[in-house]
Design a protein around this ligand. Structure first.
Ligand code: HEM
Ligand SMILES: *[C@@H]1O[C@H](CO)[C@@H](O)[C@H](O)[C@H]1NC(C)=O
Ligand SMILES: *[C@@H]1O[C@H](CO)[C@@H](O)[C@H](O)[C@H]1NC(C)=O
Ligand SMILES: *[C@@H]1O[C@H](CO)[C@@H](O)[C@H](O)[C@H]1NC(C)=O
Length: 334
């Protein structure tokens, strides 16, 4: 794998075990038994990690369903900025380090940090000795959220590493913005190796979750056709906390209705509705609208691909003890 994964997801572990059991009949028992033992330890450890993260995500979604959407977006905003390296989780250090967390696309907008901290803690208590990165926890939490909101679960490989830095400017430049026209969006996704079709699939995440009135009251960010229906009471102050669903029809379910919104010119964001602005992307929207199972499948494939975006070359990597801080010495000592 691009990431150099050190171990594989559950499904692949099971396949490996089956192969090993078959090989066992052919001869030398002892070494194969050793391998089997190691493998089942790994399997148990991975199982434990999956269960720990899954239980924390389930509790979070039970408390507040929107958190599932927030965790999917948190993973996207991590992976699109210098790869899936948990850079977004690093706290600023006033006067010394400004990372991704407070970069404009994320500041006061991205949520779910406490859920990731909780998952890290639960892995420590439930699965002692498990070396799992914060970047892996983000990948698992996003997958579990997709599944728990009504999508289909997909395999997540582990083995990502956490960066010892984060990129404030990178978040500004690499993440798509709600005022981006179609060409800018396509460029930002192709910079990450994503096709137009994969882009339309991934933005299908807007089938869940909310945008803030603070975002929507800026005319550049909203589909002009939705302006008159907006119940934000624009203009709003910067501390306004009112929300509007991205998918008007079924904001709580991971389904295909976002695409139906677009076909009805009811996409909420400017960036959403411009997907209907070229034949190529509009055709993908129509395809997913008429074939929801295909959407869910291709969405999963694109999430797996996004989850393999590698960290920037030359960046120091580690497995963090605390997801919001680098290990040991501070960032300034790097
Ligand atoms: C052109 C691409 C995209 C743009 C311009 C965009 C922009 C936005 C904006 C402006 C919001 C509302 C933020 C706020 O008001 O604070 C939002 C929310 C959201 N975005 Fe995107 N997004 C894009 C692609 C994606 C992708 C690829 C994913 C996931 C794979 C995603 C997942 C989400 C989710 C789930 C929410 C709701 C979050 C919540 O309720 O906490 N978005 N997006
Ligand atoms: C982030 O938001 C806070 C308000 O919560 C604000 O004080 C701060 O200036 C913002 N940071 C940046 C870099 O925009
Ligand atoms: C930070 O982001 C900028 C802008 O996207 C990019 O040019 C630079 O390579 C990034 N730095 C690292 C270390 O990845
Ligand atoms: C929000 O901002 C307004 C001014 O823009 C201020 O009057 C109000 O007290 C603020 N509310 C909160 C909860 O901070």
């Amino acid at each position: 794998m691009a990431l150099g994964a050190t171990h594989l997801s559950l499904a692949f572990c099971l396949m490996a075990l089956i192969v090993l059991v078959k090989a066992d009949f052919d001869g030398k028992k002892e070494p194969i038994n050793n391998i089997l033992e190691q493998n089942s330890e790994m399997l148990t450890q991975d199982f434990c990690i999956f269960a720990a993260v899954g239980s924390v995500v389930a509790e979070a979604i039970a408390r507040e369903r929107r958190m599932g959407a927030s965790l999917i977006r948190l993973f996207f905003h991590d992976c699109f900025v210098d790869g899936c390296d948990a850079g977004i989780l690093l706290d600023d250090i006033p006067g010394r380090f400004q990372g991704e967390k407070t970069s404009p696309p994320n500041n006061n907008s991205v949520r779910g940090y406490q859920v990731i901290d909780q998952a890290k803690q639960r892995i420590k208590t439930m699965c002692p000795g498990a070396a799992v990165s914060c970047a892996d926890i983000l990948a698992l939490a996003a997958r579990d959220s997709v599944a728990m909101l009504g999508g289909i679960p997909y395999p997540v490989s582990l083995g990502r590493k956490d960066a010892r830095t984060a990129n404030f400017t990178g978040a500004l430049i690499q993440l798509p913005a709600p005022f981006d026209d179609l060409n800018v969006q396509l460029k930002k996704f192709s910079d990450k190796g994503m096709s137009a079709r994969e882009m339309v699939a991934l933005v299908g995440s807007h089938t869940v979750g909310f945008a803030r009135c603070v975002t929507l009251c800026d005319d550049r960010n909203i589909n002009p056709a939705m302006k008159s229906t907006l119940k934000c009471g624009c203009p709003v102050s910067n501390n306004n906390t009112n929300l509007v669903p991205l998918d008007l029809m079924t904001p709580d379910f991971f389904d295909k209705f976002y695409y139906e919104d677009l076909i009805r010119n009811q996409g909420l964001l400017f960036s959403d509705q411009v997907l209907m602005g070229s034949t190529a992307t509009a055709n993908v929207v129509r395809t997913y609208n008429s074939n929801p199972a295909l959407f869910l499948r291709e969405f999963n494939d694109a999430m797996i691909k996004m989850g393999n975006l590698p960290p920037s070359r030359g960046v120091q990597l580690e497995i963090r003890n605390v997801c919001s801080k680098v290990n040991g010495n501070s960032i300034a000592d790097m």
